[in-house]
Design a protein around this ligand. Sequence first.
Ligand code: PGA
Length: 242
Amino acid sequence: MNIHIFKNEEDFIQTAASQVTSLLNANPYAKLGLATGSTPVGLYKRLIEMHRQGLVSFAQATTYNLDEYVGLPENHAESYRTFMNEKLFNHIDINIDHTHIPNGNAADPEEECRAYDKMLEENGPVDLQLLGIGHNGHIAFNEPGDSLTSGTHITTLQAKTREANARFFPSIDDVPTHAITMGVGSIMKARQIMLLIRGEDKAEIAKRALTGPISTDCPASLLQCHPNVIVLLDQGAGRLFK
Ligand code: PGA
C-alpha cells in the first residue's frame, strides 16, 4: 500500500483530485468508482472547480457508486443518488445516464444486486475506486463480521453505522436499516483503489486497517491484499503512524 499523510488539507484534497483528473486526462473513457459520506465532499468540490477551470472533462466517463440505502425514495434528501447529484454530477459535464448507483427501491432487490454485478462484470473493471472507511472498519456498507460477501448484496446496517449516519437525519429512527452495497470482491476488482481517511476519530481504525491483521472483523484490512492501493490520510487520521 502506498500511504501518504498530509499536514494540510489543501494538499490532501489536491492530491486526491489529481489522481482523478490525471486518469481522466489520460483516458477520457475512464470508469470511476465513487463513494458517498463526508470524506469525499472536499474532493468533489475540487473536481467541480477543476472542471470549471477547463482542467478536466467527465463527458465520456462512466461512474459506479458503491451503495445506496434500501427504501429511501430516490429523490429523498439523504439518498445517495441525491448526494451524488448535488455534490458532483449536477455541476460537471457527465452524462447522467452514465452514472450508476444501486437502486434501493427495486421491486426485486436480489435481482437488482445480480444486475449491478452483471453490469460491473460486463463494463468493468473500474479504473479507480474511491473509498472511505467507517469507524468500524467497513468499506462501502460491508460491515465487520464472521464473513464477508463478495458480490453486491443487501446488508443490515450495524448500530454503529446507523448512529454515525444519524447526523444527516431528523433522528436515528429515520436512518434506514438496510442498504444495497457492492461486495468486497467487487470492490477489489478495481485496477486501482484510493482510500481517503480524515479526522482524529478515524486514527485508530486507520492504523488497524492498514497495519493490523487482515480480518473480516475489519473489512478495510482486506485492502492490504490489493496490488494497487493509494491511501491518503490527513494529519488527524494519520496521528498513530510514525
Ligand atoms: P464518512 O463515512 O466519510 O461520512 O466518515 C465513511 C464511511 O462510513 O465509509
